[in-house]
Unconditional design. Structure first.
Length: 294
């Protein structure tokens, strides 16, 4: 005995639900004044920061060039140059479990000075690297930061307050509160020369004044100019249009025209619901987002 499910009887409820979701996206777009545009589509500076005190400061005055790299398992220092033999010093956190043992071991490298800022008992697996400064060590101290599980969350209101002197600044939480990560974005209105460098320095100064010296690690810094941002926006719009057009043409020839129209409408329907979710959750809208929608 065949059991027939009459999907058509759910047509009206499904239409109502779809329209509510799509309309909520339109309302969210109006309420928030548009998408939470990433730096891809909005000229300006974007910085990802983490509130992490300085653990170590390194300087190098020896022969050759010393570079530092880190991951979640180890820290490495590579010394190279035309007049020196290339050497790699690796310090696995499993072998050097606290800052004291790590600092003592690194102090054995000729020409490398290690200043221990945090306590010797701080776990090395709490270390984080800052993108601020040159990972090539020199006479200017290079800071390595740390975040322990015991560190309390930082209020986003305090971060916004610290940056009020910079004008219109967008600040967002990243990850969990215990991660103490934030995303800072400032629009470039084209009124200032060397905007990226000047603004990055202003952000650093404002955060230092509010939270103290060496309390913030810069995870990444990106800048997109106005001309490139406009060009990318136009290209993204053209890409969306061509994608829909090619689907329409292919399905029309391969099957039937009304099938093609249905396929395009289905894609637009799903895309609009995804856009509604993006608008209300304030996810960053960038080229990756467009790729995910398509």
């Amino acid at each position: 005995m065949k059991h027939i499910i009459k999907f058509s009887k759910f047509f009206l409820p499904a239409v109502i639900i779809s329209l509510v979701l799509i309309f909520s996206g339109i309302v969210g777009y109006v309420v928030y004044g548009g998408f939470n545009l990433g730096v891809d589509f909005q000229a300006g500076l974007i910085q990802e920061i983490q509130f992490a005190p300085t653990a170590l400061k390194l300087t190098y005055t020896g022969k050759g060039v010393a570079g530092i790299s880190m991951d979640k398992n180890k820290l490495e220092i590579v010394i190279s140059g035309s007049d020196v033999e290339k050497k790699t010093y690796s310090y696995p956190y499993a072998s050097y479990q606290n800052l004291g043992s790590l600092a003592d071991a690194m102090a054995g490298i000729e020409g490398l000075s290690v200043e221990l800022v945090a306590g010797r008992d701080v776990a090395t697996n709490a270390l984080v690297q800052s993108a601020q400064g040159n990972p090539r060590l020199g006479s200017v101290p290079y800071g390595i930061h740390y975040v322990t599980p015991e560190a309390g969350p930082v209020s986003i209101a305090d971060v916004r307050k610290a940056l009020t002197s910079l004008g219109s600044v967008s600040v967002q939480n990243l990850g969990q509160p215990k991660d103490r990560k934030f995303l800072i974005r400032i629009e470039d209105k084209g009124n200032e020369a060397d905007f990226a460098k000047v603004t990055a320095e202003r952000i650093s100064t404002a955060l230092t004044n509010a939270f103290g010296e060496g309390q913030v690690a810069i995870s990444r810094t990106d800048y997109v100019g106005a001309r490139f941002s406009k060009h990318l926006t136009e290209q993204a719009g053209l890409l969306l249009f061509l994608t829909m057009l090619l689907i329409l043409v292919y399905v029309s020839f391969r099957f039937k025209v009304h099938y093609a129209a249905g396929a395009v409408l289905a894609i637009l329907h799903d895309a609009l619901i995804m856009v509604a979710f993006i608008v209300w959750t304030r996810m960053e809208f960038n080229t990756t987002t467009i790729a995910a929608i398509l």
